[in-house]
Ligand binder design. Structure first.
Ligand SMILES: Nc1ncnc2c1ncn2[C@@H]1O[C@H](COP(=O)(O)OP(=O)(O)OP(=O)(O)O)[C@@H](O)[C@H]1O
Length: 288
């Protein structure tokens, strides 16, 4: 078994001829947390959907290499992909309510997951109350008897993380799991995710727009800008010595957020020019 869980070379996604992921390449080492950061619309979610085989029908995906746990995913059958869902990879979304059927109570959702896990024969059927209590949810009975809309976004996200961890996936893809939550809840959710990763021994892709969140939780980080990974490195490298102008701007924006300023939502025109010049020089250097 190699240490590489995922190997992706030249991954591209386009919608009706418009490229939105433009040839990204990276790998994941087993057990690491890999961050993808970037501004809104840079292609982070589309990348996550491409990796988890959840792209909408109007998307066209291609790659030179797309291997997961030793298997060729680029040519995998839908039966193979279905088998790998849950045990292979699982997603945690920005809006957890999308992962729940609104007319079914939480206990129904947990039963679906735990039955599926039990069918795999790896575990005895776990007790949902114990699973929720183990992550500090004291009102587990009430939560289990609630409909998704009766729970707060933070509580629903906690339940989703518990369900995902129960599936014991090799890879957890968390796409901005704390959007719209306040800082205290955000930290609790991210700690819960880190704890789930450790218990299950999973590898994690954490998508975030916050470089400081990525610094705290990720071993390596890729900075995404307009469909490309413009810089990849360890958290220490990116924060200590950012090379790309967009990474520098993100870092400055994260620091100013700590001071209470607005976060970088749009790339100002001056920075756009600087980024284009930097990318052109980098391309020239690649071809030299
Ligand atoms: N179903 C779709 N059809 C057409 N274009 C799409 C579709 N889904 C996403 N896109 C486009 O792909 C681009 C990348 O979107 P994506 O959601 O991946 O950005 P993001 O970096 O995740 O942003 P955010 O941080 O706001 O979630 C955007 O221009 C978006 O409009």
């Amino acid at each position: 078994m190699t240490n590489k869980l995922l190997d992706v070379q030249d991954l591209r996604v386009e919608f009706s001829g418009k490229p939105v992921v433009k040839g990204i390449s990276f790998h994941l080492n087993r057990g690491e947390t890999f961050g993808i950061i970037g501004e809104s619309g840079s292609g982070k979610s589309v990348t996550a959907l491409a990796l988890s085989h959840l792209l909408p029908f109007n998307a066209l995906r291609s790659s030179q290499v797309f291997r997961f746990d030793g298997a060729d995913m680029a040519h995998a059958s839908s039966a193979q992909i279905d088998r790998l869902r849950g045990a292979g990879w699982a997603m945690i979304f920005q809006d957890p309510s999308g992962a729940f059927n609104p007319v079914k109570r939480v206990d129904w959702h947990m039963k679906q997951v735990l039955d599926r896990v039990a069918l795999r024969g790896r575990d005895k059927r776990a007790d949902p109350v114990a699973l929720l209590q183990a992550v500090g949810i004291e009102s587990a009975q009430r939560v289990l008897h609630s409909y998704p809309f009766q729970l707060s976004g933070g509580m629903l996200q906690r339940v989703l993380i518990v369900m995902v961890a129960a599936m014991r996936p090799k890879l957890i893809i968390a796409d901005e799991p704390t959007t719209n939550l306040d800082k205290v809840i955000e930290n609790q959710i991210l700690d819960l995710l880190a704890d789930a990763r450790r218990r299950v021994g999973a590898t994690v892709i954490l998508i975030t727009h916050d470089l400081l969140v990525a610094q705290r939780h990720c071993d390596r980080i890729a900075v995404m800008y307009e469909g490309e990974f413009v810089e990849t490195g360890t958290a220490a490298e990116l924060l200590g010595n950012p090379r790309h102008p967009y990474t520098k701007a993100l870092l400055e924006s994260s620091r100013s957020l700590v001071r209470g300023d607005e976060r970088l939502k749009e790339v100002p025109p001056g920075l756009k020019d600087e980024i284009m010049q930097f990318n052109a020089h980098a391309q020239e250097a690649d071809h030299a």
